[in-house]
Write a protein of this length. Structure first.
Length: 281
């Protein structure tokens, strides 16, 4: 663990990303304490600029506190990003493990199934899925998970194809271990590094997808989100620029932080690749 932290901290960008991400989590966690009211409630006159009447980031067209909306919106973004990534990982790791370890016609069938989903643009598929079902947090998470699992399957399959020929796997087979035991106790722990890195990037993609869906009016109408705030402010951006700029900045910083953390995890978990990258090889 100490070696991992040392390798991670060598990447200054990763440290910055971790700090920004910690601030986003802190904002989401303290939203109810700092803003003890609903982000949908009117708090002042409409279109109040930042700093007026005690509003840190101003008010929107209905007099709602923009800062409160960003704080509560952080909860939605982190929830959607985290849960959809977990679901996508569960699907992708399972299918990739089966395909990589079984091989043969099972591998071919699962890869053709995966490629079918990859032929459809992920954003278009997410829009269609959310539009078909009732736009709520459950359907949004499900739609993002459905469009996010194929890359996981391909990465896990590649790792399993490489690891299943190793000596420790062959030894486990000779000792009579079951296939489930070999997959989850012998191979999967050795394939976690790329999965962890990919997961951090998937959260960032999920945050962007959720914001895009909410921007188009396909978000949960009961939850304040950053995408909804940008969509609500786009028609009055000349009059009240803060309505779109601050939520957009929140999305930018969160996605940037997640990508920086992912880069740091990659350097820490794959030190040889990191050294070769720095050397320009």
């Amino acid at each position: 663990m100490k070696g991992f932290l040392t390798a991670y901290c060598r990447n200054k960008g990763a440290i910055v990303g971790a700090i920004i991400l910690a601030l986003v989590f802190l904002t989401a966690g303290l939203a109810g304490e700092v803003f003890p009211f609903s982000p949908w409630d009117m708090q002042s006159a409409p279109f109040m600029p930042p700093g007026e009447m005690g509003l840190w980031l101003g008010s929107d067209s209905l007099g709602r506190d923009v800062a409160a909306g960003i704080a509560y919106g952080a909860r939605v973004s982190l929830l959607v990003g985290g849960v959809s990534t977990v679901v996508a990982l569960a699907i992708g790791v399972t299918l990739g493990a089966v395909a990589g370890y079984a091989g043969g016609w099972v591998d071919d069938a699962l890869m053709r199934f995966t490629e079918f989903f990859q032929t459809i643009p992920s954003f278009i598929l997410a829009v269609v899925l959310v539009a078909i079902f009732k736009p709520d947090i459950v359907s949004i998470v499900a739609a993002i998970a459905i469009v996010s699992w194929p890359p996981v399957t391909r990465v896990v399959r590649a790792e399993f194809l490489s690891l299943r020929q190793r000596e420790f796997v062959q030894a486990a087979e000779v000792l009579g271990f079951s296939r489930v035991t070999i997959v989850f106790r012998e191979i999967l722990p050795n394939a976690l590094s790329p999965i962890i890195v990919l997961a951090s990037l998937m959260v960032a993609s999920a945050v962007l997808l959720e914001a895009a869906l909410s921007f188009l009016g396909l978000g949960d109408p009961n939850l304040m989100s950053w995408g909804f705030m940008i969509g609500a402010g786009r028609s009055v951006i000349r009059m009240a620029w803060w309505m779109s700029v601050f939520p957009g900045l929140a999305i930018f910083l969160t996605v940037l932080a997640l990508n920086l953390v992912g880069e740091g995890l990659n350097d820490a978990l794959n030190p040889r690749l990191a050294r070769r990258s720095r050397a320009g090889v």
